[in-house]
Ligand binder design. Structure first.
Ligand code: FAD
Length: 517
């Protein structure tokens, strides 16, 4: 017999099978001897009470053995002679579009400006150690896109986006741990992601698809309102009338190209702010209400949302036990973001803390048309670069000094490898953002007592949260509203936010594209 239960237990009980069996048998009046196996279906942490508990959804096997069903990948056909579909960008959107393309019997040609995961590492080292930014290979560009050297958090705020479980199962099929199917807030970790991404590419190639690295798309050709070719930096013309455009939110040259060619794009609200670093120990103490985190609990994340001066200020892409990374995509700018290893065992935690921006905030940039938000964002990134000394060092300020409007005389250690320069955030941000940050951090402390400490340090800017541009598409066909055969896809087009939603959108665009053939 099998029974499904939801149960709340102490972390130690959740971690030890024998204790869990005992608790389930007592609470549900089952004979302990007859419980053969407990399958965990869902796990989440409830840290709202004084004593932290684990919520479990379990399937209990009573007098019946558990037979594991392996997670299998779909049957991919060989597509080397099939009709070709061009995909620009090998981020989660592009790669999952390519997988779907092979699955449905068509040949994907993936064009990626960056390098494969292995070669890309050298360029990440160069940013971290030598302050050298390669415009085609960095934390945002290269195989796997912005998701490869990330925390690999695999949840999406919106439940409406599509079949999350399907993407998670595919990731397991490509080597991710099955735990991601169970955890309420799954993550993979920077150390594990590259191998999974490489497996995906190898699958695409083994079945006849193509992935061309160091191939930057620089132009499109149109004929009678339809896409007819894409042109790469070397001048190669690839004739095609089906293109999935999945170039991410940092591909400013693509936005510029679309604008120049009068292909409709729109300015879109986004959010921008700082990345704050605390010790993980402090975050655990606040969140788990303890002096020392139990060894049965993971390093704690946090999530805070406040309304300040009528604007949202919220935590974004929080990385427990993680590191702040230099995520610029061009020389002459600085950008922060965060990653963490699978064990999240770095002594620091970091999170983007961002302020909601509206279209009217870019009024002074009206001359840039739909690119107004891009220029607003770029100006803050370039100003930060200048203020911090024109390297990959970023402006830094202790948290209480930020609130007090005081330049920090001495900055604490940071996980951000290129280093910090002491700068008042009032010099980095326009007053309306600075003011929200100053007040908002005081409010954050009301929800998380101890958060506002001068041992925490903010790094600026956290500016690549979501795309400042939308590439509009038809709701039904998912084609660009004007250019036939062009499918704006993923985060850069404004239809996704994060790895999972980008992957889902990649599949959706490919399905729509194939249906139109
Ligand atoms: P991208 O991943 O941006 O991929 C676009 C690809 O297109 C890139 O590989 C780029 O090189 C390529 N490209 C661009 N222009 C061209 C061109 N002209 N020609 C050819 N190729 C081009 N999200 C999460 O859900 N969880 C996390 O934990 C998380 N952590 C993050 C940590 C970091 C450090 C960063 C930078 C991002 C993180 N994100 C995270 C965000 C996540 O990575 C993105 O939301 C996601 O990758 C978007 O997918 P995408 O495929 O739409 O675009």
């Amino acid at each position: 017999m099998q029974y499904e239960f939801t149960i709340q237990v102490l972390p130690e009980v959740a971690a030890k099978e024998e204790l869990l069996k005992k608790e389930i048998s007592v609470k549900n009046n089952l004979s302990l001897k007859e419980i053969r196996y407990i399958e965990i279906l869902k796990r989440s942490i409830d840290a709202r009470q004084r004593i932290v508990k684990i919520n479990l959804k379990v399937k209990v096997f009573v007098n019946e053995d558990f037979v594991k069903t392996p997670i299998e990948l779909p049957e991919y056909p060989t597509v080397d002679t099939a009709r070709e579909i061009v995909i620009i960008g090998a981020g989660p959107a592009g790669l999952f579009a390519a997988l779907r393309c092979v699955e449905w019997g068509y040949k994907p040609i993936v064009l990626e400006r960056g390098k494969d995961v292995r070669a890309r590492r050298r360029d990440l080292k160069a940013i971290n150690n030598d302050h050298i930014v390669n415009e085609d290979s960095n934390y945002c560009f290269g195989e796997g896109g912005a998701g490869t050297y990330s925390d690999g958090k695999l949840y999406t705020r919106s439940k409406k986006r599509g079949d999350v479980q399907r993407i998670l199962k595919l990731l397991v099929g490509f080597g991710a741990t099955e735990q991601i199917l169970v955890e309420a807030h799954p993550h993979i970790g920077t150390n594990k992601l590259p191998a999974i991404i490489a497996e995906i590419r190898e699958k695409i190639v083994a079945h006849g698809g193509e992935v061309r690295f160091e191939t930057r798309v620089t132009d499109f050709e149109l004929k009678n309102g339809e896409i007819s070719a894409v042109i790469t930096q070397g001048g190669t013309v690839i004739d095609t009338n089906k293109v999935i455009l999945a170039t991410g939110h940092s591909a400013r040259d693509i936005f510029e190209l679309l604008y120049r060619k009068k292909i409709a794009i729109e300015a879109k609200p986004f959010a921008l702010g700082v990345r704050v670093e605390h010790t993980q120990e402090l975050i655990d103490q606040i969140q788990y209400k303890c002096d020392v985190r139990s060894r049965y609990l993971p390093p704690s994340p946090y999530s805070v949302v406040k309304q300040v001066n009528g604007r949202g200020m919220y935590s974004f892409c929080m990385c427990p036990g993680g590191v702040i990374a230099p995520c610029a995509t061009s020389p002459g700018e600085v950008v922060t973001n965060g990653w963490s290893p699978s064990k999240r065992n770095h002594p620091t935690s970091n999170s983007g803390i961002v302020v909601e921006l509206r279209l009217e905030d870019f009024a002074a940039y009206e001359r840039f048309g739909p690119l107004a938000g891009v220029y607003f964002q770029k100006e803050i990134e370039q100003r930060s670069w200048e203020l911090a000394g024109k390297t990959q060092r970023v402006p830094g300020q202790r948290l209480m000094d930020l609130v007090a409007g005081k330049v920090s005389t001495h900055l604490p250690q940071t996980s951000y490898k290129p280093g910090l320069s002491s700068v008042d955030m009032g010099a980095v941000f326009p007053p309306f953002i600075h003011d929200v940050l100053k007040k908002g951090f005081v409010d954050f402390d009301k929800s998380m007592k101890g958060y506002l400490t001068n041992e925490a340090v903010v790094h600026a800017p956290e500016s690549r949260t979501s795309s400042p541009v939308r590439i509009p598409r038809d709701r039904q066909t998912l084609e660009h509203i004007v250019v036939k055969g062009l499918y704006p896809c993923g985060e850069g087009a404004g239809y996704a936010g994060g790895i999972i939603s980008a992957a889902i959108d990649g599949e959706k665009c490919m399905e729509a594209c194939i249906r139109s053939l």
